[in-house]
Ligand binder design. Structure first.
Ligand code: ADP
Ligand code: MG
Length: 351
């Protein structure tokens, strides 16, 4: 055999080996990226982010700093607990003129008004005075039921017709000097969406972001499976699982009166207020879980359905095609009702 043929044989063998190696590397599963977790506190609750880093993802400490700065900025914009936030300053303002609004505040206000209209006023960010009166705001906690006259006065300050928004230039305007807005029913969800965007911007395709029970997931978990999210059984004082969902590329919010409530003379009062009556909701609905494209929408709708109750809620959920799980308490038993595609997100039982 001539040397040149030998060389070409060697070449063919090494090319074949390379090809085989390439095929093997294609077949072999990628070594699994570790799943990392960031946790912290924001908006009076805790947050947690689980993620599988991509090749260009910054170190966890740097990512944590970015998440904390992002959430601090959102709080600084829309918290009613921070007296210097953009929202608190707007709330204190007596003027009924146009006021410049930041892009993030305007985005949340626009969504709030839209969901307010779609929910027929059940979701209403002008309930702030009622929330405070019932002791669920940044102010004191009363030890007795507010006077009807005070409830009526607080109700008179509400209504979405008392607020107008403008996109260019971005601005907001009260129509009564005593309008006071409360974004606590939607801001956590907005925070989740922004953290999710931050993850994606850092090359992270697989994550689960959660702030105080508002969740958004993308991609798959460390086991290459959809993220498993457990819905709690709505019993105060007990922690057990009602159902487990398997989710990817979607947001979820659960709202319930079984954790955040206070008692007067042995009765439970929910932190969700029915704007139509001025009273905390009491309609047998103990927990509602909503799936939506964004966490902001899921969050607001969970509060809206809590107000609407199971019957009116189901009618609206069906009309909008929203996947919802209602859990109703009847004679000490929990009864489930689901809307639309909700059922298909439940974790399949392994036989
Ligand atoms: P949940 O997780 O139970 O929905 P959220 O924290 O999302 O609770 O929302 C509850 C908060 O929303 C209340 O503490 C109050 O500040 C505000 N809120 C209460 N009632 C309404 C309502 N009808 N519309 C909008 N916001 C409300
Ligand atoms: Mg909410």
């Amino acid at each position: 055999m001539r040397p040149s043929t030998l060389r070409s044989h060697a070449l063919i063998v090494s090319i074949t080996l390379l090809a085989v190696a390439a095929i093997f590397s294609l077949l072999r599963p990628e070594p699994q990226a570790a799943q990392l977790q960031l946790t912290g506190r924001t908006m009076g609750t805790s947050y947690s982010v689980k993620y599988r880093p991509g090749p260009d993802t910054p170190a966890p400490a740097a990512l944590q700093t970015a998440v904390d700065a992002l959430l601090a900025g959102i709080n600084r914009t829309m918290s009613t607990y921070d007296p210097d936030s953009e929202l608190s300053r707007f709330n204190r303002m007596r003027s009924t003129d146009w006021v410049p609004a930041s892009a993030s505040l305007l985005a949340v206000l626009n969504a709030a008004l839209e969901i307010g209209a779609q929910s027929k006023g059940a979701f209403d960010i002008t309930v702030g005075p009622l929330v405070n009166l019932w002791g669920f705001g940044p102010e004191f906690h009363p030890d007795r039921i507010p006077l009807e006259a005070d409830i009526a006065a607080a109700r008179a300050r509400g209504g979405h017709d008392k607020l107008t928004l403008r996109d260019t230039p971005p601005a907001m305007r009260k129509h009564h000097s005593d309008v006071y807005l409360d974004l606590s029913g939607i801001a956590k969800g907005y925070g989740v969406d922004r953290v999710a965007e931050l993850m994606a911007a850092h090359g992270i395709d697989n994550y689960m972001v959660e702030i105080g029970g508002e969740v958004r997931v993308r991609g798959l978990n460390a086991q290459d499976m959809p993220w498993r999210i457990a819905i709690e059984k709505p019993s105060p004082g007990e922690r057990s699982v009602q159902t487990v969902l398997a989710l990817s590329n979607i947001a979820l919010a659960t709202s319930g009166d079984y954790r955040n409530f206070f008692k007067i003379a042995g009765r439970r009062y929910s932190h969700t207020i029915d704007p139509a009556t001025g009273w905390p909701v009491d309609n047998g609905l103990v927990s509602v879980t909503v799936l939506a494209d964004t966490s902001m929408r899921a969050d607001a709708w969970a509060t809206a359905f809590q107000v609407l109750g199971p019957e009116r809620g189901m009618t609206i959920a069906e009309r909008l095609g929203l996947p919802v799980l209602f859990i109703i308490e009847r004679n000490g038993q929990f009864e489930e009702r689901v809307c639309c595609a909700f059922q298909q997100y439940r974790q399949q039982e392994i036989p």
